[in-house]
Design a protein around this ligand. Sequence first.
Ligand code: UDP
Ligand code: MN
Length: 437
Amino acid sequence: MKNLLIQCLFCGLLAIGLWTTTLLLLVNLELEDTLEKELEGYNRSPRAHVYQQARHSDNIINDKVDFSDPELIQGLKQYGLNVIISRSLGIQRQVPDSRGKICQRKYYPVHLPTASVIICFYNEEFNTLLRTVSSVMNLSPHHLLEEIILVDDMSEYDDLKNKLDYHLEIFRGKIKIVRTKKREGLIRSRMIGASRASGDILVFLDSHCEVNRVWLEPLLHAIARDHKMVVCPIIDVIDELTLDYIAAPVVRGAFDWSLNFRWDNVFSYELDGPEGPSKPVRSPAMSGGIFAINRHYFNELGQYDKNMDFWGGENVELSLRIWMCGGQLFIIPCSRVGHISKAPSPDRPLNQSALSRNLLRVAHVWLDEYKENFFLQRPSLIYVSCGNISERVELRKRLGCKSFQWYLDNIFPELEPFNTKGKGMKSFLSGQGENVP
Ligand code: UDP
Ligand code: MN
């Protein structure tokens, strides 16, 4: 009887052991499968091929990035960047001086207009946000930095509440933090930040930037000479996987008929001459996140279109408004700011319908008879409503802005219209009044 009992117990234990091993194997396989799928999704991102090439060439992705680490994958999904490296870098670091030789030798007047730096954030990784703030604090002359205004666009993560306030205490006096009561999107959040500012110049930054040496003075100097001058630094690349800081070439902002922003090469004649690649570059458009503008001029010019939601389109709208309504937009190569272009992730989806609606508003307000080129690229938007645009049309009239034809002729002749004759859309679109959408 006793033997039978022992045999039963032994068999039972064996069965449990076998089940547990099988279960563990299955869980492991499942985990590997999930990681592979995540990675597959990541590799489909537009920049993936750059990394594949880099992996085989100059080792940008080096031993620092281990794709089998679930923490890395989770961080990429949640924040769009390598959180393991970000945490190990902490809240401040030094980045290499990416300025050209001529820029390094330049001097700027001590007395310049003051700056309010506005940083909006939504669910940003804690260390990344603090590196943005500390780089501004460390590399801006204190007499020129009026304040840093952080606008929390209703972030959901706990560490962006009390813990953030606690860490900002060390920068006491220079920092204001504003928290929106509902998710506003970056466009209205920037307007909220601007309304609280008191410096002469507004400098907008994303919440995942690191500014470089003498970044502020060239921007302030250019605006001090002409208050209708809007300026952008060169946006250096902070690799989202390695967080390495990589100097970017001198480029200018452009867009296509879909109103998608892109970078274009600078004409070689613009880089020649004694000032070489340190000379300001005339830019048809800005990428959006990082620029400086005189505070009164920003208000005079009509700030942003407050009926644009979440993200996108506002950069093209502001660029057109600047050029067509009497201002200028330049890239200042001696000012450099690093920016992380985040990895796309289904956890941080792009609100495509908000973007389309924003772009539609741009087309209806600014493109005049050329909007048919936009609809040829985005035919699905022809019958979509973009809300009431009468206020923005009124603003355009009040500011006495020039036509889109003038912009094409004088600022962006490289944007060639399609030959739309005989496509039947022209007659349809000519019937679209200002308030039709
Ligand atoms: N942002 C925000 N609210 C939003 C979306 C974005 O405050 O609803 C912030 C975001 O945290 C970032 C800035 O706006 O600091 C620009 O967004 P993002 O970096 O996604 O734009 P991109 O660099 O791709 O143009
Ligand atoms: Mn960004």
